[in-house]
Each structure stands twice: as C-alpha cells, then as structure tokens.
Design a protein around this ligand. Sequence first.
Ligand code: 5AD
Ligand code: SF4
Length: 461
Amino acid sequence: MKVHLKTYGCQMAKLDTALVTGALKTKGYSLTEHIKEADVVLLNTCSVREHAEQKVLSHIGQLKHIKKQKPDLVVGIIGCMAQRLGDDLLEDGTVDIVAGPGQIPEIIEMITKAISEKSRQVSVADNIRKAGPQNPALEDFESVYDTADKDIPGQAFVRVMRGCDNFCTYCIVPYVRGPEISRPVDKITEQVKRLADEGVKLVTLLGQAVNKYKSRYIGTAGDKTYSLADLLYKVSEIDGIEWIRFVTSYPQKDGFIELMQAMADLPKVCNYLHMPAQSGSDRILKAMNRHYTAAEYLEMLDAARQIVPDITIAGDFIVGFPDESDKYFEQTVELVKKARYKNCFVFKYSNRPGTTADNRLQDNIPLEVKKQRNYRLLEVQEKISEELSAEFLDKEVAVLVEGPSKKPHLNAAESQGRPQLVGRTADDWIVVFNGDESLAGQFAKIKITKTSPLTLFGNQI
Ligand code: 5AD
Ligand code: SF4
C-alpha cells in the first residue's frame, strides 16, 4: 500500500505529519511523492486562515477527478480543518476519512477499515474544549514515533504543549487543537535523548504559547513544577544536542525574566525569541484579547535585550483586523520601527467562523487596504532587516548546515562550480555559501562577505 501525504500547516502540523509517517511506515505502508501511484492520499490541513483552507478544498477538487478514474483511491483529511468541518467534508463524495489533530493515533485503523469495509470513517473531538486534560493515546503516539526532520538532517521539533487557552479573538486554534496541555517533563527529555542518539543537534521545542509551559514532575530531586525555563535547563543536559530553540512565545510578563535568564545562562539555548505582537495599537490589542499594551510589549523587548544583549527577535502581525483605522495601523508601523526585529511575518486578517471576532466584529477593512498595509509593513521591516544584516559583514558565524540551496543565490563565478549550501545561525539568520553537500547536518564556520535583508553570504573558513 502506498500513501501520498501532503501537509498544509504550521510546524505543529508538520510534527503531526512526522508522527503519522512513522505510524504508517511501522505498519508496512510506504510513502510516495506521486499521487498517481498512491492507494491512499492524506492531506494534513490548516484552518488558521481562509486561504489555507481554500488550497485544501481545491486539492480535494483535483482528487475528485482522479477518483473518477480510480474509484478505490482512499482520500483522508486530517488536522485542523478536519476538526473544524467534520463530516461536512464528506458531502461531495470524494473524502473517505476525516480525523482531527487529536485523533491521529487512530489513523491506521481508519485507513484499514475504509479499505476493507469500503466505509467512511470520521473521528473528531465532540466537544473539544471539554476534552480531558491528558490524552494518553496522543501522548503514546507522540513518544513512540520519530520526529526528526526528514528534509533537514540534524534537526527535530519536539512538542512540549498541545492546544491553547488564550482565545485571541481572531484565532481558530483553541477550537481545533483544544485546551492547553503541557507534556510531562520526562516524556520530553526521553524523546530528546532518542533524537540526540540519532544525530539530532538542533531541537526546537514547540507550543502555541510555549512560555506558558507548566508541568509537575516528581523525580529523584522531589516534587517540582517545571516552567519553560526549568525545562530548558533539563534539555540542556542532554549530550549531543548542541542548539535548543523554543517557539512561539506569548508576550506575558509571568516567567519572562526567568526565561531570558535561562537563555543567557545556557550556552545551548539559541539567542532567538519569536514573540508576536500582532498589533501596535492598544485599542486593537484589546479587541484581539491580547493581554498587553504596545508599551508593555516594548518593555519586554528591552528587558530581553538587557539580559541577552545579542538576542535576535522575530514577530508576527495581523493587518486589517476589524476597525483598524489608519491611525491604529500607523501605531503598528511605529512599533515595528522600535522593536527592530530580525524579521516579521505579516498576515492579512482572515475572519474565522466561530471565533469571538467573527461573532462580535465586522470584517470591515477592504482587501485592498489589507494588502497595502501588508506591503507597507514588510517594507518598513525590510529596511531594518537590511541594517541588522549589514552588521554581519566581515564577521564569522557558526551555522548548522541544512543542505543544498533550493534557489541559486550566487552567480557561477561566486560559486566556483561547487554546490551552494544553506545553513542557519543559532539566531536563525540564513547563510548561503559554497561547500560540500556532505556538510548537511553539520556545523560550519562562515566568514560573511555580502549581506541582504534576509540572507547572509560568505565563505567557509
Ligand atoms: N487571520 C490572520 N492571521 C492570523 N493568525 C492567526 N489567526 C489569524 C487570522 N484569523 C496569525 C497570527 C499568528 C500566526 C501563526 O498566524 O499572526 O501569530
Ligand atoms: Fe491563537 Fe492566540 Fe493561542 Fe496563538 S496564543 S494559538 S494566536 S489563540
């Protein structure tokens, strides 16, 4: 049996894909890149913006045609969109399996039944916000299968929290991934140890608001409640792991100084903080149910820079949130100028059915205005990124090499016929240089000879 598995979502979704891949392989399925060869097509989906859902719906449309020629093809939709839409996805007769993010441990059984019984299989959480605090099936699934990145050697993601309780008014995540749950400390450390034994050097700890991590652990040292900072100390002890990152942080003062101190203290913890502000307007932040003001957010960045002087900061913004006037948007521009991010991700507000913003507010900013604001914010950021990257000129940096560059960055003379490789610094700067492909998954030292807003170029030393 051959399975074609495609992922549409964020790092969390990619992690789910890695687990499902592990389960499929263990049960004797093989994976194929080509839909035409596949007996089963699984789409792992995202609901965070409408655009992501539209891409999946159009993929289902293509599968409908393929199924006309190949009626036995089994089509499964897993992940956030499966949880959001449930059996509505079965309506046009293309989809056979629907499994929410909490139901992925059932996927093999569902595929087997869909094939042997030729029946439709739907498994999603009934009342997801009331789901029990721990889900043993998910925890087992998570701790059994390998989460090392299949495309980038030497790297792995490890989930430390599931779900979210923050209820930012625009966000679908709390409704599709359920309540916030921190995974047990020992399960996380065991998983990281296994990954280190496999040769993983960089581990990225994942959570929707990862700095809210809190887990009680009764170990040899007694009964202790672990914060993310405590967990970083624990993970740092694991031999073989050289770099540790954590994403995404929520701007909350609680535990922040302690977290930055852990970053300063622990050489393995990368000086990198991804902490979205979402807006620079206090009025919009309030409407988003984000529990901080722009001034408080900037104070946190100041504190971070005081404790970890060379810290690199990245952010996310939503433009065109309901009632975002020109004045409010300008406040976001001001915040971006003051924050001096390495980079930021800018998203056009997308109304998500069932969220508080959908229930209470009008999506009243025209698409054209959202596009202009998106463009403008990226333009402001690009100038800052350019200034920050220029500081690397003639400096030496350590990178973890990812592999060959997908797009050619250097001209033939610059690359001297050797493959162009891509690596990243601990603080997430992308570095392009010439080198041997066998360096993938290894550390290299690079002297920077040229810079651009998002990419540094250099030579191996
Ligand atoms: N519309 C646009 N962007 C959104 N994000 C989350 N929900 C929405 C939405 N409804 C963005 C936020 C978050 C990132 C992962 O996606 O900026 O940090
Ligand atoms: Fe969504 Fe807010 Fe939770 Fe992030 S913190 S997943 S934006 S609700």
